[in-house]
Design a protein around this ligand. Sequence first.
Ligand SMILES: [Zn+2]
Length: 156
Amino acid sequence: MTKEELMRKAIELSKESVANGGGPFGAVIATKEGEIVAAGTNRVTSSCDPTAHAEVSTIREAAAKLGTFNLSGHVIYTSCEPCPMCLGAIYWARLDRMYYGNNKTDAKNIGFDDSFIYDELELNPTERQLPSEVLLHDEAIKAFEAWTAKEDKVEY
Ligand SMILES: [Zn+2]
């Protein structure tokens, strides 16, 4: 499939999601050659899962199908520019490229404003709306020490 056909599939999924009571978001992950590996929609309300955005749901499906946590060699087509969580997930999944239809402003205009998260990222943790502070660092670091010492770890 061409990139336009793959994006139309993501858009189609976003429309179906609206019709089915979900958020207006859809995503497709395909190989670089255009073969669909996974497709998903926003399932936050139906799954009672605040992380079930279309991109995260589709990444989970693709990784499970392919049996790997590394989706390099694949491309994501999402009906809307991703929120910070999904953008982070796209980087963590090592996807090669992203195409998006709607942008952040389009999303903000219909009540899906994630700009406050981007703003929060600019601040020191102590200055964010989410109260955050370091606690038990000397105990938490033990897991990192164990990781560093482990010789047969699966790095990712
Ligand atoms: Zn998202």
